[in-house]
Design a protein around this ligand. Structure first.
Ligand code: PGA
Length: 251
């Protein structure tokens, strides 16, 4: 299987940032990426939808990519308050996070909904970052790999390829808690994800698998070096320019 996977470091800003701070953060990241001149990794930031267009403008020509945090499955219509993948694309997005555990929990998003959103991303020309991950109770019950497999089978649309899919493994109990799995636990989860993907995609060996959950400047080098890890999905630490750049450097 091909193993030419360019690392991707994605910042998930969640519901944080007003215009002034967000633009300063985006410009700081863009300056750092420009200075580093990385050709061997990609850096993506996912601001709130309200800031997407302005952030895309602020990072223009730096090589920094911009993505959404969620999208509706439909392209347009009577869905008050929602944002479509086409709208994200129109603002300059190249990627969209779908099925983040906070949306699965807060908004009742099922695997079927996540799959429809991933298909919507394709329709709009975006790459979906499909998030999966077990809860603490599921881990303690020894069900981690089974949960990941079920989520993958339910959330990844038919016809996915390495060019049209990124998967993020985010243990729910590691998000925003400062707790992380051990490196062997991350490697075991990612190896299983890749194995399951080999039934779902033609080129599973080339699909990028991100680890997410309490990644920071101190633990990034170790977590991102785990087997089958091709980058990170970073929440809290993506709100600090130096720390986010340190994580990108460690990738
Ligand atoms: P965290 O969030 O880095 O703050 O744990 C990661 C995520 O939810 O994507």
């Amino acid at each position: 299987m091909a193993r030419s996977r360019q690392p991707l470091i994605a910042g998930n800003w969640k519901m944080n940032g007003l215009k002034a701070d967000a633009l300063a953060l985006a410009k700081g990241v863009a300056d750092g990426v420009r200075q580093a001149g990385w050709q061997d990794r990609a850096v993506l930031i996912c601001p709130p939808a309200t800031l997407l267009a302005a952030v895309a403008d602020a990072v223009k020509s730096s090589g920094v990519l911009v993505g959404g945090q969620n999208c509706h499955a439909k392209a347009s219509g009577a869905h008050t308050g929602d944002v479509s993948a086409e709208m994200l694309r129109d603002c300059g997005a190249s990627h969209v996070i779908v099925g983040h555990s906070e949306r699965r929990a807060d908004c009742g998003e099922t695997d079927g909904i996540v799959r429809a959103k991933a298909e919507a991303a394709w329709r709009a020309g975006l790459v979906p970052i499909v998030c999966i991950g077990e809860t603490l109770a599921e881990r303690e019950a020894g069900r981690t790999l089974a949960v990941l497999e079920a989520q993958l089978r339910g959330s990844v649309p038919l016809g996915a390829t390495a060019a049209t899919l990124v998967v993020a493994y985010e243990p729910v109990w590691a998000i925003g808690t400062g707790k992380t799995p051990t490196t062997p636990e991350v490697a075991a989860a990612h190896a299983h994800i890749r194995q399951v993907l080999s039934n779902l995609t033609a080129d599973a060996g080339s699909v990028r698998l991100l680890y997410g959950g309490s990644v920071n400047g101190r633990n990034a080098a170790e977590l991102l070096a785990a087997g089958d890890v091709d980058g990170g999905l970073v929440g809290g630490a993506s709100l600090k320019i130096d720390e986010f750049l340190a994580i990108a450097k460690a990738a």
